[in-house]
Design a protein around this ligand. Structure first.
Ligand code: VG1
Ligand code: CO
Length: 548
């Protein structure tokens, strides 16, 4: 295709600092003239500064199929070609799940990739859109890079475009756009091949053949095609195992958020008489997972611990054992106890998958997890929903036990971290910031004081120094560590698109076989936490919008 490189004059937008996971805004914000282009050019400027000549480099592009995904893909193609990238790998239809982007970057030795998604946030012209830059290891760019991109967005004056170009992104194959080779790739191949390398597909096939039944809820988001291919076509699960399998621009009007609230249909199915043995769901971009049994929910912190417990025996990729386990700070400490029993290292990082990248690259840990329904391993550098489902299938097939039996056995052996996250959404941003600032001021006075019939051992604002590159991230959440091992954590969300969201995490460990009532066990902590925070006073609310 013959086209002209054009320099388009622009002015900075002041609100393009990436949050926990890239830049997320209302879709209409992204649709303003120059908004997306400014951010993409800023990322390209940073890439060109750090990597030099990009004419022999490959960039991957794909998204979760939400509204504006296709338009954004076309724009990125025109801009990448104008910026002189050697090769672009684009998922067919502009579609690639987040873990698939990570897999493609790694397998095809790309320089990095752009992921178009606002994850579990709703999609549509009046909902959310997002973009994230992933680096050479396949993982989200570290803070040093996202910060450099942000600095570029503040001073940008122009961006480069190849005008008059439109690539047929629905047909696989290669075309030249300017000097750039644009290759439309099958969205499934790299990822599904990787899954076959990691898991024992024969074992899983036999398990389905023996009558085991599951339901996978793709929530009308990106994992539908991946799950249909892997579960139904490759592993022989019955047709219809995957529900809501077709990705839609607005996810059918729902939140593609795999938790007990938003995946309520699935929960009902699993509770019905004669329901399936196993239920799972993934989020908008395919990196989160929900794991449930019959009338039984596995909390994400427990899921990480249980996968760690069974990994070596049940999953061929971990045949030689695990190097270590990492979890984000607010995630329950369940995985730490498994690590201790296995004699392996455990790490505690700030919220966000980008903090696991260095640990995985340096082979310090093998499994990672977050309380926000994120679980993954060293096979890619993102959390991976479908991988987590295959990991659980492997555990169920290997042990021959039900989800509930696996959990009960785990709690018998290790005790249980009773755990909840309470989200207070759509708070006034200023009020929420003041509330957190007031709590932060109190931190030095909290040690050795009484709290919920317990004593605060220590209180701090979590700060993390990466053991590999020595970089430090501060103010990552205020935590209270109590004398009996209980914990309370307070932090503000970094992924929201309007107002502020407070996340309040409460955890209490009991070596009681795990059959206690979660609400009852946690309610004193919760009450004391809200009082200390003066939640009602600052923000006028007391009840959480979502509890997970
Ligand atoms: C939330 C979760 C965090 C997760 C992030 C991205 O961030 O708490 O654990 O890594 O979303 O997940 P925050 O800052 O809102 O608490 V995803 O699936 O939205 O990319
Ligand atoms: Co996600």
């Amino acid at each position: 295709m013959e086209a002209q490189v054009k320099k388009v004059a622009t002015t900075p937008f002041k609100d393009q600092r990436p949050g926990t996971s890239g830049l997320r805004k209302k879709t209409r914000v992204f649709m303003q003239p120059h908004y997306l282009a400014n951010f993409v050019q800023s990322a390209f400027n940073v890439i060109r500064e750090t990597s030099g000549d990009v004419s022999n480099k490959t960039l991957v592009v794909g998204g979760d199929g939400r509204y504006y995904n296709r338009e954004a893909t076309q724009l990125i193609i025109c801009m990448a070609a104008a910026n002189g990238f050697g090769r672009l790998l684009v998922g067919r239809g502009g579609l690639l799940s987040t873990p698939a982007v990570s897999a493609v970057i790694r397998r095809r030795e790309a320089l990095g990739g752009l992921v178009l998604s606002a994850s579990h946030n709703p999609g549509g012209i009046d909902e959310d859109f997002g973009i994230k830059y992933n680096v050479r290891n396949g993982g989200p760019a570290p803070e040093s890079v996202t910060e450099a991109i942000y600095q570029q967005t503040l001073v940008i004056k122009e961006y480069l475009m190849l005008e008059g170009v439109k690539v047929d992104i629905d047909r696989e194959g290669s075309t030249k756009v300017g000097e750039t080779e644009v290759v439309i790739i099958d969205s499934l191949t790299d990822y599904c091949e990787l899954m076959e390398e990691l898991f024992d597909f024969n074992l899983l096939q036999k398990h389905f053949a023996s009558g085991f039944r599951m339901t996978f809820d793709a929530m009308h988001a990106i994992t539908g095609p991946y799950a249909v291919h892997l579960l139904e076509e490759r592993l022989g699960a019955a047709k219809g195992t995957v529900i809501k399998a077709v990705p839609l621009l607005d996810f059918g009007g729902h939140h593609p958020d795999p938790n007990l609230v938003h995946a309520a249909d699935l929960v009902t199915l699993l509770a019905a008489p004669g329901g399936p043995d196993f239920g799972a769901a993934c989020d908008g971009d395919g990196d989160r997972n929900l794991i449930i049994g019959r009338n039984f929910f596995v909390s994400p912190g427990d899921s990480l611990a249980m996968i760690a417990e069974h990994a070596q025996a049940a999953i061929p990729a971990f045949r030689n054992g695990l190097a270590g386990v990492a979890r984000s700070m607010p995630t329950s400490t369940a995985a730490d106890r498994v690590a201790q029993a296995l004699g392996i290292r455990s790490y505690e990082t700030p919220t966000g998958w980008k903090f696991f990248g260095n640990l995985l690259d340096a082979d310090l840990c093998t499994l990672c997890g977050e309380e926000s329904f994120g679980t993954g391993s060293n096979h890619v550098r993102e959390k991976d929903g479908v991988w987590a489902v295959l990991a659980w299938l492997s555990i169920l097939a290997h042990t021959g036990k039900s989800v509930e039996e696996v959990a009960h056995q785990h709690w018998q052996r290790f005790g249980r971290s009773y755990y909840q996250r309470h989200d207070f959404e759509a708070l006034d941003a200023d009020a929420a910031a003041k509330m957190i600032a007031a709590l932060r001021e109190k931190i030095p006075t909290l040690g050795k004081t009484q709290f919920a019939g317990n004593e605060i051992d220590s209180a701090d604002d979590f700060s993390y120094t990466d053991p590999v590159d020595g970089s430090t991230s501060t103010k990552q959440g205020i935590r209270l560590l109590l004398a009996d091992g209980s914990r309370v954590v307070f932090r503000l969300s970094g992924t929201g698109t309007s107002g502020a969201t407070l996340r309040l995490y409460v955890e209490r460990f009991r070596n009681d076989g795990g059959l206690g009532n979660v609400d009852e066990i946690l309610s004193p902590l919760l009450k004391a936490a809200k009082e200390l925070l003066r939640l009602k006073e600052f923000c006028g609310v007391d009840k959480a919008s979502v509890i997970t």
